[in-house]
Write a protein that binds this ligand. Structure first.
Ligand code: C5J
Length: 222
């Protein structure tokens, strides 16, 4: 059993054999200029800054033989799984399904939907395409995790207050014990990132726990 003593709101214990690292939506569409995030008017640079920490988190997971799940927010090319309301939101000139600088925006198989190269999935990782913000909505994630005996999740990715938070809440409601590795997550809005961390740990960890990558790493130290 591994215990992150410095986790907030109190120590978080997990068995690596029953724990998955869930890396949320580390895609070019969110992290790179010309992608969906940039087309929404965001400065994407705060997201790129967490890539080295996410690389380290995945290395830690693999070293300790934890399951790795990469989620990918992307729609099928016919947009059959994209609610019209989602597509219409924001009145974008170039929005979901349109051809942008990284190919068709948020469409599976297009360059923008792909993961940033440093975080490309490796053999044995699970890649989960999702049409919504939460990774449990309209996917088989719960079945995949339960079949693998997973009870605990270490979560990072983007954006903290949208897909990361939605997934944490969905997981929490399904009974998973979740730790947000807060410096492996980022938002276009630093204040939203911080507020999300506080929301997760408030009220005795009403959604889950939070710790830094260094605090997580420390827990594995002999
Ligand atoms: C957004 C995400 N922000 N991955 N997606 O639309 O957080």
């Amino acid at each position: 059993m591994i215990t992150v003593n410095a986790a907030r709101p109190y120590a978080f214990s997990f068995d690596p054999a029953h724990t998955a690292v869930v890396m949320i939506d580390m895609q070019r569409d969110f992290l790179e200029p010309g992608g969906f995030g940039a087309l929404l008017g965001n400065d994407v640079s705060p997201l790129a800054r967490i890539v080295p920490a996410c690389v380290e988190l995945l290395a830690l997971a693999r070293w300790h033989q934890m399951k790795v799940v990469h989620t990918q927010e992307a729609h099928d090319p016919l947009l059959a799984d994209c609610p019209p309301a989602k597509r219409a939101r924001g009145h974008l000139q170039c929005g979901i399904g349109d051809v942008g600088p990284l190919g068709r925006v948020l469409v599976a198989g297009e360059p923008g939907a792909d993961f940033v190269p440093a975080l490309a999935p490796q053999a044995g990782d699970i890649v989960l395409r999702k049409p919504g913000k939460g990774a449990f909505f309209a996917t088989s994630l719960d079945t995949i995790l339960r079949n693998a005996g997973i009870t605990h999740l270490l979560v990072g990715g983007v954006t903290t207050e949208v897909c990361v938070q939605t997934t944490l809440r969905e997981a929490n409601d399904r009974g998973y014990e979740c730790l947000l590795v807060h410096d492996c997550a980022a938002s276009y809005f630093p204040q939203f990132h911080q507020a999300t961390v506080e929301m997760v740990v408030a009220q005795g960890g009403i959604v889950g726990w939070a710790a830094s990558l260094a605090q997580l790493r420390q827990a594995f130290a002999p």
